[in-house]
Design a protein around this ligand. Sequence first.
Ligand SMILES: [Zn+2]
Length: 288
Amino acid sequence: MSQHLQSAARHAAELIEQADALIIAAGAGMGVDSGLPDFRGKEGFWNAYPALREAGIDFQRAASPATFRADAALAWGFYGHRLNLYRQVQPHPGFAWLRTWGERMLHGWTVFTSNVDGQFQRAGFAPEQVHECHGSIHHLQCLGPCSEAIWSAQDFAPQVDEGRCRLLNVPPSCPHCGGLARPNILMFGDGAWIADRSRAQEQRQAHWLQSVRRPVVIEIGAGTAVPSVRWFSQSIIHEFGGRLIRINPTEFNVPTPHDVGLPVGALPGLSAIAAELGSEWFFPSDLA
Ligand SMILES: [Zn+2]
């Protein structure tokens, strides 16, 4: 570990030790160390989906309600593959560290994420304390939509021809009108996303935030290209006087000298901080 990273990690550990609440703000970079693909940049996306490169379809087009209308087997080929992937992937150890640190704080923790992959819940985070601002791939809604209904995707097992990026089995349908169902995710050019589930999560989170006094935000893998997570981090600093630990390999600048940036990826950043925290931060059961 470089000396710079080590001293940044020590600063981060001090911010964690003085805080009464942990706010985890995670973007796409959080999942990369679990082996999930990063869709930023055309090449990254097409390397993950070569069939879409051949068809000249970029991420913005694949992830749009228009593509569900034009070619459901292709749209569900893309989302079905991701659904299968996210159901199988093992979250990296950074998730468990974050949960342990949050559990040691007076007011506990909350999660704000633009990721739709459900990895925090898979890593054992209580679903009622997670705010998924762009929705979740593990939930469905009507493509129409005919109603505001949102339901679990658990009964749908996609069979995907990965080479052609096409769904082979019958896509899920709306239980109310029988039309095509789609993931309950905010897509590009999407005026029909049902935000009720995400809004309820947001309200629970806002209520919880009223109780905290010295929050620390650990922001992980959230770039300026999709700024929702960064806006959330800033709002915590402005409204609640929180401090910021920003883990990001390229965009790691922080607003004040009291805050700290770690210029690395999620897992190396979190493990550097873990190495600087005392052993009492590793055994939540000791609290009892
Ligand atoms: Zn419907």
